[in-house]
Design a protein around this ligand. Structure first.
Ligand SMILES: O=C(CO)COP(=O)(O)O
Length: 253
């Protein structure tokens, strides 16, 4: 059976002191709310990974927000999947729309990054999503299909089984405009069908597909009640311990 997951993406927010304080609160609160079938993950900026991996104590897991596509070498300023793993983190977000947009990351590059992550025993949280223009001009199914086909569908079955997918419509990220539960379910069921077409039904049924984009304590329960939505990838609301924990609670049903 697939896992239900809530992951927080802190993006480039909070410093060491504030980050430690919010994360400690989250660990404490999630410990009280915990339900063994769920996975709770926080993806802070790189400098916080090691401290958080220790503090998380297996109650809240830790992931990075990006990794480099090469194992090591002369790439000033970059961080490898191996380095991330060595901090105690177990996850990495790959292909967030902000990376695709601001750092020109292509589907092909993201496939290489995903392989690097897997080679270092990091679970990739692979993001796909359409822009507002693509939603409005009706090309979004094609866009999502291409992101899957040129990206994660380049993995073997064995590799793909380690991947968590996240559907994040770009028009819903940080805008307060959430996809309705029906709109999101529609896309999630399309993604699951694409997985079945490319791999098989068992793999499709076992893949966790998270929704991301202005998810908050007020709308999380309705989104998570959809049959193909297995949790959320949370931006802004993951920076507030109470809001984030309320979203974790919404996953309990
Ligand atoms: O980009 C996101 C998570 O990766 C979503 O961000 P918001 O929840 O702030 O819209």
């Amino acid at each position: 059976m697939r896992k239900r997951i809530v992951a927080g993406n802190w993006k480039m927010n909070l410093d060491m002191e504030k980050g430690m304080s919010v994360f400690s609160e989250i660990v404490h609160m999630v410990n009280d709310e915990r339900n063994g079938t769920q996975e709770v993950i926080i993806c802070p900026p790189f400098p916080l990974l090691n401290q958080f991996a220790k503090l998380g104590a297996g109650i809240v897991h830790v992931g990075a927000q990006n990794c480099h596509d090469q194992a090591s070498g002369a790439y000033t300023g970059e961080i490898s999947a191996h380095m991330i793993k060595s901090t105690g983190a177990n996850y990495v977000i790959i292909g967030h729309s902000e990376r695709r947009q601001y750092f020109a990351e292509s589907n092909e590059l993201l496939l290489v990054k995903t392989k690097q992550a897997l080679a270092n025993n990091l679970k990739p949280i692979f993001c796909i999503g359409e822009t507002l223009e693509e939603r409005n001009n009706g090309s979004y199914f094609d866009v999502l299909r291409t992101q899957l086909k040129e990206g994660v569908f380049g993995l073997s079955e064995f590799e793909f089984e380690q991947v968590i997918l996240a559907y994040e419509p770009v028009w819903a990220i940080g805008t307060g405009l959430t996809a309705s539960p029906e709109q999101a379910q529609d896309i999630h069921s399309f993604i699951r069908q694409e997985i079945e077409n490319h791999y098989n039904q068992t793999i499709a049924n076992n893949t966790s597909i998270l929704y991301g984009g202005s998810c908050n304590p007020g709308n999380a329960a309705a989104l998570f009640a959809q049959s193909d939505i297995d949790g959320g990838l949370i931006g802004g609301a993951s920076l507030k311990s109470r809001d984030f924990t309320d979203i974790v609670k919404a996953l309990n049903g």
